[in-house]
Write a protein that binds this ligand. Structure first.
Ligand code: PLP
Length: 421
């Protein structure tokens, strides 16, 4: 048994998940980087893909490739059926009441922009407020700033405490009759904080506001049930959920989507086009102008099916064990400051080390085969809140092992000694 397999076997003994089998599903994990086995702990940036997803993409391009919705030939019919099956797969995954509530997008960013331009821009005016939280990724800040510029509405930000948890009393106090929309992250990519989203939805609805949740970091780490959450919109990206890049999802309540104008014009989003006037298609197609990422949609469905076949509670417990082990090791590193220690977190550990630039740390860890992320994580206001230009971030997925955690921190301690002492 080589070292890596021995490590996996050891970790399997401490996890309810069949880690050896799971890791074998992700071909890239067998790679070496600079002569060392890859340790991939940059999962908040993007997750790796199981061969079930890779094979789905290959199968589509090898056997089914055709444009959808418009063709009468067999291939087009098959591709259309597969794409609409993928939509139903997403519907089941998020537990939406109706498949028409699932809009395929390029990702979370496009989903948020869709709501900003199609729901918020036509509705809001100078007397209105959009309430976000201080934990947001740029993609749940900038689209609202643009809407505020376009409509005169005001962007209001609910603060967080020193642990990186949302101050719920302050959040509640900021809600008022002018609040038309609450846009909140489900899980912070920079800190790992899990927002109390059900409570956020309850309070926002009581104040008469519509709620969008950014689920980019939550979709495969936290339970996801849009009906139980009661949110009006929920956005997530395929590539952070073991699926392909360039595809994502906007869930929207049917009544809201039906009342919204389209935001991009083109093929597929229309029923009739005349030079005098065009008639728009029904939801969700009204929001899907042009040829979509067909293979991406199929790959996303394969990813969600793969994930749904696992024991979700065991996945959560495993990722939590990884976070606990990493946090314990981090506490023992001289000069290391953990940034983000909310009581409810997913497997994301952000930190800075006195006297060490995060980028140097990331570059030197790469020489050990270790992939971490460094920088502002597209959450500059979060960095500002903690008075740092950026952090180093280790983020876990279900295929990571406790041995990898040890290896990351062994390497980190060596690198720190090199840079500081
Ligand atoms: N929201 C959060 C919390 C994220 O972590 C990310 C990506 O890092 C996004 C939104 C944007 O996702 P995408 O780049 O896939 O559109």
């Amino acid at each position: 048994m080589n070292t890596m397999n021995a490590n996996v076997a050891a970790s399997a003994a401490t996890s309810e998940l069949d880690l050896a089998r799971i890791r074998a599903d992700f071909p890239i994990l067998a790679r070496e980087i600079k002569g060392k086995p890859l340790i991939y702990v940059d999962n908040a940036a993007t997750t790796q893909k199981p061969r079930q997803v890779i094979e789905r993409l290959t199968h589509y391009y090898t056997h089914e490739n055709a444009n959808i919705h418009r063709g009468v030939h067999t291939l087009s019919g098959e591709a259309t059926a597969a794409y609409e099956d993928a939509r139903r797969c997403v519907q089941r995954f998020v537990n939406a009441a109706d498949e028409r509530e699932i809009v395929f997008t390029r990702g979370t960013t496009e989903a948020v922009n869709l709501v900003a331009q199609s729901w918020a821009r036509p509705q809001l005016g100078p007397d209105d407020e959009i309430l976000i939280t201080a934990l947001e990724h740029h993609s749940n800040i900038v689209p609202w700033q643009m809407v505020c510029e376009q409509t005169g509405a005001r962007l209001v930000v609910a603060p967080i405490d020193d642990d990186g948890a949302l101050l719920m009393d302050e959040f509640a106090a900021l809600l008022n009759e002018r609040t038309r929309l609450v846009a909140a992250v489900h899980v912070s990519n920079a800190l790992g904080t899990v927002n109390p989203v059900a409570e956020i939805v309850r309070l926002a609805h009581a104040a008469g506001a519509v709620v969008l949740l950014d689920g980019a970091q939550a979709s495969v780490h936290e339970p996801l049930d849009v009906q139980a959450l009661g949110c009006d919109f929920y956005a997530f990206s395929g590539h952070k959920a073991f699926g392909p890049t360039g595809v994502g999802v906007l869930y929207g309540r049917a009544a809201l989507l039906e009342a919204m104008p389209p935001w991009q014009g083109g093929g597929d989003m229309i029923k009739v086009v005349r030079f005098s006037h065009s008639e728009y298609n029904d939801i969700p197609y009204k929001f899907e102008a042009g040829t979509p990422n067909i293979a991406g949609g199929l790959g996303l469905a394969a990813a969600l099916d793969y994930f749904a076949a696992l024991d979700f509670d065991a996945v959560q417990r495993h990722e939590h064990a990884l976070l606990e082990a990493a946090t314990a090791r981090a506490h023992a590193v001289p000069g290391l400051r953990i940034i983000g220690s909310a009581a409810h977190k997913v497997g994301v550990l952000s930190f800075s080390i006195e006297g060490v630039h995060p980028q140097d740390l990331g570059t030197l860890l790469d020489h050990h085969g270790i992939a971490i992320r460094t920088g502002h994580h597209c959450a500059m206001p979060v960095m500002e809140r903690f008075g740092v230009p950026g952090t180093a971030r280790v983020s876990f997925a279900l295929y990571n092992t406790l041995e990898e955690v040890e290896q990351v921190f062994d390497a980190l301690e060596k690198v720190r000694t090199m840079l500081v002492d």
